[in-house]
Design a protein around this ligand. Structure first.
Ligand SMILES: Cc1ncc(COP(=O)(O)O)c(C=O)c1O
Length: 411
C-alpha cells in the first residue's frame, strides 16, 4: 500500500493555511521580504527546534548514540517524503543535495557509447553539464527536444524522438531554476511507460509548491532538495527510486557499506531498497529537520500550498508587467512561483543590491545558467523573485512597487 493511502486514513491535525499563524511560526518574516524560496525557503520554528535539539543530544550523549536514540524519528524522514510523493518509504533515499541525488541516479545507468539521453532545452544547468561529462567519458549522444512557440517542450516532437532514438534515458526538469515554466512531466511519463523507457525527473523546484505524485508522473527516478519550497534545512535532498528500477538491479557506481553488504572477500550484495543509493554517513540533525519540514508542509496542506503559491506569483507578474523597462520572462501555461524579469538600464549586481537594501530577498540568473532558454529569450541576466505561501499579498505589492521605483529611477 502506498504511504499516501495510509496517510489519508490517519488523524493528522491540519495546520490551516492561516497566513498570520504560519508567519508567527517563521521568525524570518519579521526581518525580510523573502522572495528567494527558489533558492532556500525560510525554515519554520518546528524545523529549527528539532535540529537544535538533536545537536544538543549529540553533544550530550555522542553522535552515534544520539542517532540510535532517535531511530524512530529518523525513519520519519522516509515516511514523510513517501507520503509527500505517493510512494513507500523503501523507495526513498536521503541525499545531501538534489545534484548528489541526480548524479547518484545517473551513475546507476550503464551507459555505453552511442546511447541517447533525451532531454529538454530547460533541463537544469548541472544536469546538462553531467550529460556533457557523460558524453566526454562514454560517448553518449545528447538530444534536446524542441519547444513549442509557447516555450514549453513539444510533447509530440518528444514522442517522435523517443521512437527514433529509443533513448537509454529520458530526463526532464519539472520546473527549471531560471523561470516559472512547468514542464508536462506526466504526459512525458505516459509516453515513457508506453515505450518502456527509463525516466528521470528533476523535481527540485516543484516539490513543496506543487503536488508531486510519482505514480501519476510515471517516473523511474525523481530527485529533489528539501531546502527550497519544502522549507527544510540546507544540505538535504532525496531520490525516489521505483520498484522497477530496484528490481532491474540498478545500483550506484560507488556503492558503499550502507548500500551493500560485503558478503565474501570478492562479493557484495546491494540492499533491496532505495538505501542502495545512500551512503553510510548522515547529517542526522538535518535529516530530522527535513522530516519536520515535510510534516509541516503536509500539515499546512500541499493542495492549499499549490493553490496559493502560484497565485501570489501571478499577482506579482501582473504587478511587474506594466512597468516601463521591465520584461517578464516566464512562459508556458500555469507558471510556478518563480517570477523572472529583465529590467532596462541596470547592471545585475547593482539591481540586486538595491533590492537587498529594501530588505527584499531575490536571486540573479545568468545566461550561463540557462544557455538555451536565455538564448531563446535573448537575455543575459534576469532577477528571480520566488514567493511562497507564507508571503502576503501586501508583500507582493511592496515588491512590485520597489521594482517600479527602481525602473523609474533611471529615466
Ligand atoms: C531545477 C533544479 N534542479 C536541481 C537543482 C540543484 O539542487 P541542489 O543545489 O540541491 O543540488 C536546482 C537548484 O537550484 C534546481 O533549481
Amino acid at each position: 500500500m502506498n504511504a499516501k493511502n495510509s496517510a489519508t486514513g490517519s488523524a493528522r491535525e491540519a495546520l490551516q493555511l492561516d497566513v498570520a499563524t504560519l508567519r508567527a511560526d517563521t521568525p524570518g518574516t519579521d526581518r525580510v521580504i523573502h522572495f528567494n524560496n527558489a533558492g532556500c525557503g525560510l525554515m519554520a520554528r518546528p524545523v529549527t527546534a528539532v535540529m537544535v535539539d538533536h545537536l544538543n543530544l549529540e553533544a550530550q550523549i555522542g553522535g552515534y548514540e544520539a542517532s540510535a536514540a532517535r531511530a524512530a524519528e529518523v525513519r520519519g524522514f522516509y515516511t514523510e517524503i513517501a507520503a509527500l510523493v505517493n510512494t513507500s518509504p523503501d523507495n526513498i533515499a536521503f541525499a545531501g543535495s538534489a545534484t548528489h541525488a541526480y548524479a547518484t541516479a545517473l551513475s546507476s545507468i550503464p551507459f555505453e557509447a552511442g546511447d541517447v539521453i533525451l532531454t529538454t532545452r530547460d533541463d537544469f544547468i548541472s544536469n546538462q553539464i553531467a550529460f556533457l561529462s557523460l558524453r566526454k567519458r562514454f560517448g553518449v549522444r545528447i538530444v534536446h527536444a524542441p519547444n513549442t512557440p509557447e516555450g514549453v517542450v513539444d510533447v509530440d516532437a518528444m514522442a517522435a524522438l523517443m521512437r527514433i532514438h529509443r533513448p537509454r534515458l529520458v530526463s526532464v526538469t519539472h520546473v527549471p531554476t531560471n523561470s516559472g515554466l512547468v514542464s508536462p512531466v506526466a504526459e512525458i511519463g505516459r509516453l515513457c511507460r508506453e515505450l518502456d523507457l527509463l525516466y528521470l525527473v528533476d523535481a527540485c523546484q516543484s516539490v513543496g509548491q506543487l503536488v508531486i505524485d510519482v505514480e501519476e508522473i510515471g517516473c523511474d527516478l525523481l530527485t529533489a532538495t528539501c531546502r527550497k519550497f519544502l522549507r527544510g534545512p540546507r544540505g538535504s535532498g532525496f531520490l525516489y527510486v521505483s520498484d522497477r528500477v530496484l528490481r532491474a538491479g540498478h545500483e550506484p557506481l560507488f556503492i558503499d557499506m550502507h548500500g551493500a553488504r560485503w558478503t565474501a572477500p570478492d562479493a557484495y550484495e546491494p540492499a533491496a531498497t532505495a538505501a542502495r543509493f545512500e551512503e553510510w554517513e548522515f547529517p542526522y540533525a538535518t535529516v530530522l529537520g527535513s522530516a519536520a519540514a515535510v510534516r509541516y508542509a503536509r500539515d499546512v496542506g500541499i493542495e492549499a500550498i499549490a493553490r496559493r503559491t502560484p497565485a501570489l506569483a501571478a499577482r506579482l507578474r501582473d504587478g511587474l508587467a506594466p512597468i516601463p523597462g521591465v520584461r517578464v520572462l516566464d512562459r508556458g501555461p500555469n507558471p510556478a512561483a518563480l517570477v523572472t524579469f529583465e529590467i532596462a538600464g541596470w547592471q545585475p549586481q547593482a539591481f540586486k543590491a538595491a533590492m537587498d537594501g529594501r530588505r527584499i530577498n531575490s536571486a540573479l540568473s545568468f545566461r550561463e545558467f540557462a544557455q538555451f532558454d536565455f538564448g531563446d529569450k535573448d537575455v543575459d541576466w534576469c532577477l528571480r523573485l520566488s514567493p511562497h505561501y507564507y508571503n502576503t499579498e501586501d508583500e507582493v505589492d511592496v515588491v512590485a512597487d520597489a521594482v517600479a521605483e527602481l525602473a523609474g529611477s533611471l529615466s
